[in-house]
Ligand binder design. Sequence first.
Ligand code: FES
Length: 159
Amino acid sequence: MCDFVSRNKDLFNELDKFIYSVKDNENKLMTTLHYAQKLFGYLPKDIQVYIAKNLNLPFDQVKNTVNFYSYFVTELKGKYKIKVCLGNACSKDDSSSILNEFERLIGIKPGETTKDMKFSLESGGCVGVCRKTPIVTINGRVYESVTVEDIPSILETCI
Ligand code: FES
C-alpha cells in the first residue's frame, strides 16, 4: 500500500464502498472520478492508479479521462484561485507587474499554493474580457483595470 493510500485510509475505505456499488455500471469511471474528487478534493496520480486498479481499467484510460475534462483537478488548490492574465492586451498594460506584486504579497510563484491552502496563483492567456485590461480573476470573479495599488484591497476581499 503506498504512503498516500495509507495516510488516507478512511477516505479510501469510502471510495472502496462506492466503487463496489458502481462496478457493474456502464459509466462507472466517470461516476467514480466525480465521487473521488468530491471525497479528496482532487485527483492526483495515486488516486487515479487506485481507481484504475479497482475498476479493472487501464491506467491510461483513467488518466486520459481526468486530463480531458477541465472539471477534474490533479493538484490541490487554495481556497482562492488567483489568475493574472498575461494575454497580449493585458501584457501591453503591464500585467506582469500585477503578477509580480501578487507573488511578493502572498509569497508564492505561479503554479504554487500557499502552505495554509488559502491562495493559489496562476498566470495564463486571454480570459476573453480584454476591454478593461489588465485583468485578474479570483475564483472566476473578474477584476478589471487592475493596478499594483489595487492588489492589497483585492486580497482583503479574500477572507
Ligand atoms: S488579454 Fe487579458 S483578458 Fe484578454
